[in-house]
Design a protein around this ligand. Structure first.
Ligand code: ZN
Length: 190
């Protein structure tokens, strides 16, 4: 089991357009396994390779996004080189979070339904449809592979508010890590 570090905004890698996957080999399978472990450890519904610093068009979505709680133990959906084949004209605005913006939630408008064309882990083409959270998760992760993040979809004011919260959260994390280090340094070494 390997839990990878999830890059936090504004890491510039998050603005990169990812390269298509061309080799469906053992290193790719290992990366997918590590991303699954990372997603589970972070309790995420989806994860894009961009977020862990891998320059590949690869994303994962937890089956929970499509089927809810009953799918908790089903295998994670692996989506490679995705293309949005169709989006519904109907849109839904709902709260959205991102592992690259820990503890920041914003209202984002997305198509209610989407159909994605992609390759699986063996390089075989398939299509997946998502509705509601399923559509939201797929589109959010496809965005990551194109260097787009959730705050790009909202108004200037919402973006400023989200960024302020994100900066405070990141500063709190740094302060907590410093405090932990200082406490460890004080502890008796026996
Ligand atoms: Zn995200």
């Amino acid at each position: 089991m390997a839990v990878l570090e999830v890059l936090a905004y504004p890491n510039e890698f998050l603005r990169k357009k990812a390269q298509p996957v061309t080799r469906f080999d053992e290193p790719l399978r290992t990366l997918v396994k590590d991303m699954e472990d990372t997603m589970a450890a972070e309790d995420g519904v989806g994860l894009a390779a961009t977020q862990i610093g891998a320059d590949l068009q690869l994303l994962l979505v937890h089956p929970y996004a499509f089927k809810g709680d009953e799918a908790r133990d089903e295998p994670v959906l692996v989506v490679i080189n995705p293309e949005v084949a169709w989006e519904s004209p109907e849109r839904i605005t709902a709260e959205e979070g991102c592992l690259s913006f820990p503890d920041v939630f914003i209202q984002v408008s997305r198509p209610a339904k989407v159909r994605i064309r992609a390759l699986d882990l063996e390089g075989r083409p398939f299509e997946v449809e998502g509705e509601g959270l399923g559509a939201r998760a797929l589109l959010h992760e496809v965005d990551h592979l194109n260097g787009v993040v959730m705050i790009d979809h909202v108004s200037f004011l919402s973006r400023q508010r989200a960024l302020k919260k994100h900066q405070k959260n990141q500063a709190d994390l740094v302060a907590a890590a410093k405090k932990k280090k200082a406490e460890a340094a004080k502890a008796p070494k026996v």
